[in-house]
Ligand binder design. Structure first.
Ligand code: GDP
Ligand code: IMO
Ligand code: MG
Length: 429
C-alpha cells in the first residue's frame, strides 16, 4: 500500500519525465492524472530521446502498467499520434496502457476557443500552449457540453456529439465571423472522431476502480504530475496558470487514488528557474545571464518550441511549492547547466512595496511588484555530466545544493547532471 507522486515545483519543465522514468524501476503502475497535451515530458534512455505528452513516462520499462486517469483531458488525435510514434519506436504500448473512460475529450472547438480567448484577455496574455486545455476543463466543470471518453461508446453518442458540435460551431461563427466552422457540423467530422474512439477502445477502462484495486492489493503506484505547482489553477500564479491542480494537492482528485495511499512526494526542481508563456517571474533574467542559461540548458519548449524565459533559483517560490505539495524529498535537476558561471544567485526573500517577506503572494500584481532579495554564491567551472556521487561534485556546487535544501527545509534525494538516465546522482530516492 504505497504510492509515490512526482510533482514539479516551479512553472513546469523541471524534468519530471526523467525522474518518473528513473522511479518507474521500483513501480508496478505509473499514472498521469491531470493536464493534457500541454505537457511535454522528455526521457533519454540509452542515448535515445523520447518525448511524451499524454502517455506516462513509465512506458519505457517492461512489466509496468501505464494509466491515463480521469483527471486528464485527452485530445484523441494527439494521443493516437503518440501511440503510433511509440509503436514505430518499438515501445510495447499495446499491452501496457489504460485510458480512463471518465477522462474528458478535447475537440477542435476547444483549441479554437483557446486561440480566441488568449488574444481577448486585454492584458498580458496567458500564452497558453493552444492545446484546448482551458476550454475543455471549462466544459468539464460546466458539464452540459462535456464529452467523456466513455460517452463515445453509448447508444446515443452520435446524436449527442452532433448537437454539441453544432452548438460550438454556432458560437464560434459568431465569435470569429471571418472563419468558416461548417466542417464541425459535417458527417465527416463525426466519422473522424468516432473512428478515433474506435482506435482507442482497446485501451479504455474504469481506471478509478483499477487503481483502487491495485492500491488495496499493495501494488506500487507512481503518480506523474504534469506542469508545476506554480501553474496550479487554485494555488499558482492565477490567472497565469493552467486549468488543473498541478501541485501536489491535485493527485487524488485527478487519479482517484485517496491521499492516504500517498506515502512519498518527490518535488522536482531545476537548479535555476524557467517559465514559458505569460505571467510574473520575479527572478527572470531577460539579459545575457538568461540567454546563457537558455543556451546551456537548451531551454526551448518541448510542446511549442517557444524559448523558455530563464532566471535565478527562486527559493521563496520553491519553498511555497514544496509545502503546498507535501514534498518529502527534492530532485534537483540540470545542475550541469550552471557550470561556468562565476557567481550564482538564489532568491531568499521578496520585497513587495517596501515589505520583506518569505511568503509567496496570492495575487499576480503583488508577484509582479516583487524585488528579489538575493544571496550570491560562488560558481564552479568543471563539466558535471560525468559526476556520479555527491561528494565528487565541486565544493561550490555541494554548497549551492545544501543551501537550497536548507531554505526549502527538505532533503535532496536526487541530483541530475545530464539528460540521460545514467547522468544521475541518486542519494536517497
Ligand atoms: P518535464 O516537462 O518536467 O518532464 O521536463 P521537459 O522534458 O519539458 O524539460 C526538461 C529538459 O531537460 C528535457 O529536454 C530533458 O532531456 C532535459 N534534462 C533533464 N535532466 C537534465 C539534466 O540534468 N541536465 C541537462 N542538461 N538536461 C536535462
Ligand atoms: P510540463 O508537464 C511548462 C504553461 C503555458 C502557459 C500556461 C497555460 O511539460 O511541465 P495551457 O495550455 O496549459 O492552458 O497554458 O501554462 N504550461 C506549461 N509550461 N511546462 C508545461 O508542462 C506546461 N503546460 C502548460 O506555457 O503559460
Ligand atoms: Mg515539459
Amino acid at each position: 500500500m504505497s504510492a509515490t507522486s512526482v510533482i514539479g515545483l516551479q512553472w513546469g519543465d523541471e524534468a519530471k519525465g526523467k525522474v518518473v522514468d528513473i522511479l518507474t524501476g521500483k513501480s508496478d503502475i505509473v499514472v498521469r492524472y491531470q493536464g493534457g497535451a500541454n505537457a511535454g515530458h522528455t526521457v533519454v534512455a540509452d542515448g535515445k530521446k523520447y518525448k511524451l505528452s499524454l502517455i506516462p513516462s513509465g512506458v519505457f520499462r517492461h512489466n509496468v502498467q501505464n494509466v491515463i486517469a480521469s483527471g486528464v483531458v485527452i485530445d484523441p488525435e494527439s494521443l493516437l499520434n503518440e501511440i503510433n510514434t511509440l509503436r514505430n519506436q518499438d515501445v510495447a504500448i499495446d499491452t501496457n496502457l489504460l485510458i480512463s473512460d471518465r477522462a474528458h475529450l478535447i475537440f477542435p472547438w476547444h483549441k479554437e476557443k483557446d486561440r480566441l480567448l488568449n488574444s481577448l484577455a486585454g492584458r498580458e496574455s496567458i500564452g497558453t500552449t493552444m492545446r484546448g486545455i482551458g476550454p475543455c476543463y471549462s466544459d468539464k466543470y460546466g458539464r452540459s457540453l462535456a464529452v467523456r471518453v466513455g460517452d463515445m461508446f453509448r447508444p446515443n453518442a452520435k446524436e449527442r456529439l452532433r448537437e454539441i458540435a453544432k452548438a460550438n460551431a454556432d458560437y464560434l461563427a459568431k465569435a470569429d465571423p471571418d472563419k468558416n466552422y461548417e466542417e464541425l457540423t459535417s458527417e465527416s467530422f463525426l466519422t473522424t472522431y468516432f473512428d478515433y474512439a474506435a482506435q482507442l477502445k482497446p485501451f479504455v477502462a474504469d481506471t478509478t476502480t483499477y487503481l483502487l484495486d491495485a492500491a488495496e492489493a499493495g501494488k506500487k503506484l507512481l503518480l506523474e504530475g504534469a506542469q508545476g505547482a506554480l501553474l496550479d489553477v487554485d494555488h499558482g500564479t492565477f490567472p497565469y496558470v493552467t486549468s488543473s491542480n498541478s501541485s501536489g494537492v491535485g493527485v487524488s482528485s485527478g487519479s482517484g487514488v485517496p491521499a492516504c495511499y500517498i506515502t512519498k512526494v518527490v518535488g522536482v526542481l531545476k537548479a535555476y528557474a524557467t517559465r514559458v508563456g505569460g505571467g510574473p517571474f520575479p527572478t527572470e533574467q531577460d539579459n545575457e545571464t538568461g540567454q546563457k542559461i537558455r543556451d546551456r540548458g537548451a531551454e526551448y519548449g518541448t510542446v511549442t518550441k517557444r524559448p523558455r524565459r530563464c532566471g535565478w533559483f527562486d527559493a521563496v517560490a520553491a519553498r511555497y511549492a514544496a509545502r503546498l505539495s507535501g514534498v518529502g524529498a527534492l530532485a534537483v535537476m540540470l545542475l550541469d547547466v550552471l557550470s561556468t558561471f562565476d557567481e550564482l544567485n538564489i532568491c531568499i526573500a521578496y520585497e513587495i512595496n517596501g515589505q520583506k517577506t518569505i511568503n509567496f503572494p496570492s495575487h499576480a500584481d503583488d508577484l509582479r511588484a516583487v524585488k528579489p532579495i538575493y544571496e550570491t554564491h560562488r560558481g564552479w567551472q568543471g563539466d558535471l555530466t560525468g559526476v556520479r556521487s555527491f561528494n565528487n561534485l565541486p565544493r561550490n556546487a555541494q554548497y549551492y545544493l545544501n543551501r537550497i535544501s536548507e531554505i526549502i527545509a527538505r532533503p535532496i534525494g536526487l541530483v541530475s547532471v545530464g539528460p540521460d538516465r545514467e547522468q544521475t546522482i541518486n542519494i536517497n530516492l
